[in-house]
Design a protein. Structure first.
Length: 551
C-alpha cells in the first residue's frame, strides 16, 4: 500500500509538468517538505545566499528562455527579500513565479510570530498574487500562476503556501492540469492597411525596436521588414541585439541621458514605427518632444497612454506576422539618407578611439572595446545598473537578441552577478560575463559562493571607482558638485579567492583584454577588477550637449 502524497510532493509534480528545470531559493522550516520533495525530483534546486539573488536568477532565466523562472523562499523576511527581483521582473516584462511559505491557516487570522499579509504585499508588484487555501487548489492555482506569468504582457506572480497546507495529505488521483499554450492573435487586416497608408504617405519613417520584439522572437522578421521598405532601425537599451548593430540600416540604441547621435535620426522622422516597445524602457519624450510624430504601435498588447506617444495606428498580434503583413502592404521603398551612416561612423570612431586609449585608470571606452573583443557574437553580457550600464548600453555593439542584458524597467542595482548564474544555466554553451560597478557588485557578491559551489562558470568584471559613479555623474551635471557617494572597497582579488573563485587585477590598459580572455576561458568562476576613470563621464555629456547634428 503506497504512502499518501502530501501537498509539497504534488506541488513539485505540478512544477515538473510545467517544464520547470530549476528552483532558486533558500529553505525555511515552514517549507522543508517542499524542499525535500524537490530533492527527490528532476528539478535542480539552486541554494542561494540571499533571496534577492534567487529572484534575480529566476528573472534572468525567464528573460532568456521565455519560460517562467521560479524563486522560492520561506515566510516573512525570506519572502520580503524576494520582492526587489520580483518587482524588477514585472517592470521588465519577464515571467517569474515566486513561491513562499506562509504561516498555517490555524493562525493566519490573528497576530502571531512572523505573520504578515504577504499576498497584499506582493500584489502591487505582480500580475497576480494569491494564497493556497487548500492542497486541492494547487493544480488550478499553479497552472494559473504560470499562465498569467507567461502570457503577454509577461511579469511576475506570487503564490503563498501555508505551512499546514504544504504538509497536508492530498486526495488520491489529484494531478497537474494540462499545460495549454496561449496563441497570439492574428493582426487585424484593417489596422495593417491603415498603418501601410500612414507609412506610404510619410516623409521619413523610423523604426524603434524594444524588448517586446526580442521576447516575441521577431528579430529575423524585423530585419526583413527594414530591408524591404528601406527603414532605419534604432533599439531601446533593453532591445539591444534584436536588430544587429552591424547592419547597414542600424542606428544604435536610444535612451542615454543626453541627446545622443541616434536621437538625430528621430529628429528627422515624421512617423515612428514602434515594434515591441514599452514605455517603461524609456520616456518617449526623448524621441517625440513635441508629441507631433505619427506613431504605429506593433505589439502583442495595446500601448500605454502618454501624451508623447499618441498612437495613430495600433496593431496587436504576433509581431513577426504583423511585420510580414505590413511589409507586403507598403508599396514604397525609402532611400536611406546619410544620417544613419554618419551615426554609425561616429559610434565606430568613438569605440576605436577607446580601443587605443592606454590611460590608467582605464577609460570606459577602453573597457567597452576590450569587452567586445573578448566576447563572441552569441556570448552574453549582463550590464548592471550604474555608470557601467550607460557606457555599455550606449556603446557595446550587439548583434544577437538577449546578448546584452540590462534592467531598464526598475533599473535595479545588484542583478548582474546572480543573473549571470541563471544566464549560464539557460545557455551553458555560451560565455557569460557580469559587468558591474563596485557598488552594485557588493550588493549581491555573496552569490559568487553559489556559482562556485554549484560549479557554474561565470566571469565578473568589476569597474572599480570606489563610488556610486552614476549618481556622482548626475550630481555633477545638475548641481556642479557631488557628495555622499564615495566608499571603500575590499581587495577584490583576495575577496574572490576567499569564495574559491579566481581573482585578477588589471594594472595597465594593455592587460585588460588578455586577462578577460584568460578569465573567460577558465572552467570556474573568475573575478576581474579594473580601475575606471570616470572623468570621461562629464566630457561625454559635455560633448553630446554641444552637438547640433550628427554631421
Amino acid at each position: 500500500m503506497s504512502t499518501p502524497e502530501d501537498a509539497a510532493q504534488l506541488l513539485v509534480r505540478i512544477l515538473e509538468a510545467e517544464g520547470v528545470e530549476y528552483v532558486f531559493g533558500i529553505p525555511g522550516e515552514e517549507n522543508i517538505h517542499f524542499v525535500d520533495a524537490l530533492n527527490r525530483s528532476s528539478i535542480r534546486y539552486i541554494l542561494v545566499r540571499h533571496e534577492q539573488g534567487a529572484a534575480f536568477m529566476a528573472e534572468m532565466y525567464g528573460r532568456l528562455t521565455g519560460r517562467a523562472g521560479v524563486a522560492s523562499a520561506t515566510l516573512g523576511p525570506g519572502a520580503i527579500n524576494l520582492q526587489l527581483g520580483v518587482a524588477d521582473a514585472t517592470t521588465n516584462s519577464t515571467p517569474v513565479v515566486a513561491i513562499s511559505a506562509q504561516v498555517g491557516l490555524d493562525r493566519i487570522y490573528k497576530e502571531s510570530h512572523q505573520i504578515i499579509d504577504l499576498v497584499s504585499l506582493f500584489r502591487p508588484i505582480t500580475k497576480w498574487s494569491e494564497l493556497a487555501p487548500a492542497a486541492e487548489a494547487l493544480p488550478e492555482l499553479v497552472r494559473k500562476a504560470f499562465k498569467t506569468a507567461q502570457t503577454e504582457r509577461p511579469g511576475a506572480v506570487y503564490l503563498a503556501i501555508p505551512e499546514d497546507v504544504e504538509k497536508a495529505k492530498v486526495p488520491e488521483g489529484l494531478a497537474p492540469l494540462p499545460v495549454n499554450v496561449v496563441r497570439p492573435q492574428e493582426p487585424s487586416p484593417s489596422q495593417i492597411a491603415r498603418a501601410a497608408d500612414v507609412i506610404a504617405l510619410s516623409r521619413q519613417p523610423i523604426v524603434l525596436a524594444g524588448h517586446g520584439a526580442t521576447r516575441d522572437r521577431a528579430s529575423e522578421a524585423l530585419v526583413r521588414f527594414a530591408e524591404r521598405i528601406g527603414l532605419p532601425v534604432a533599439t531601446t537599451f533593453n532591445g539591444k541585439g534584436v536588430f544587429p548593430d552591424d547592419h547597414p540600416n542600424a542606428l544604435g540604441a536610444v535612451g542615454f541621458m543626453r541627446h545622443d547621435y541616434v536621437n538625430f535620426g528621430f529628429d528627422e522622422a515624421d512617423v515612428l514605427i514602434a515594434v515591441g516597445y514599452e514605455l517603461q524602457e524609456f520616456d518617449p519624450v526623448k524621441i517625440n518632444p513635441a508629441g507631433d510624430k505619427k506613431i504605429i504601435h506593433i505589439h502583442r498588447f495595446p500601448a500605454e497612454v502618454d501624451d508623447h506617444y499618441p498612437v495613430e495606428v495600433g496593431i496587436q498580434g504576433d509581431i513577426s506576422r504583423s511585420l510580414r503583413l505590413l511589409a507586403e502592404s507598403v508599396h514604397r521603398r525609402f532611400d536611406l539618407n546619410g544620417t544613419g551612416q554618419r551615426i554609425r561612423e561616429l559610434m565606430r570612431e568613438e569605440l576605436a578611439q577607446g580601443a587605443t586609449d592606454d590611460g590608467h585608470p582605464l577609460s570606459p571606452r577602453r573597457i567597452v572595446a576590450d569587452t567586445r573583443a573578448a566576447m563572441g557574437r552569441d556570448d552574453i553580457v549582463l550590464a548592471d545598473t550604474g555608470a557601467v550600464k550607460m557606457w555599455m548600453a550606449r556603446m557595446y555593439p550587439t548583434y544577437e537578441p538577449n546578448t546584452l542584458l540590462v534592467s531598464n524597467g526598475l533599473s535595479s542595482m545588484g542583478f548582474a552577478v546572480p543573473g549571470a548564474i541563471a544566464a549560464k544555466l539557460a545557455h551553458p554553451d555560451r560565455k557569460v560575463l557580469a559587468a558591474t560597478g563596485d557598488g552594485a557588485f557588493l550588493m549581491n557578491s555573496q552569490e559568487l559562493e553559489t556559482a562556485v559551489r554549484e560549479n557554474i562558470p561565470i566571469t565578473v568584471l568589476i569597474w572599480e571607482d570606489a563610488a556610486y559613479g552614476l549618481i556622482e555623474w548626475k550630481m555633477d551635471l545638475d548641481l556642479g558638485t557631488s557628495s555622499n557617494i564615495k566608499f571603500g572597497n575590499p581587495d577584490f582579488v583576495r575577496y574572490a579567492e576567499s569564495f574559491g573563485a579566481r581573482g585578477y587585477r588589471v594594472d595597465a590598459a594593455d592587460e585588460l583584454l588578455p586577462t578577460l580572455r584568460k578569465a573567460l576561458a577558465d572552467d570556474g568562476v573568475s573575478v576581474v577588477t579594473v580601475p575606471v576613470d570616470y572623468s570621461h563621464n562629464l566630457s561625454l555629456t559635455d560633448m553630446l550637449g554641444e552637438l547640433t547634428g550628427p554631421f
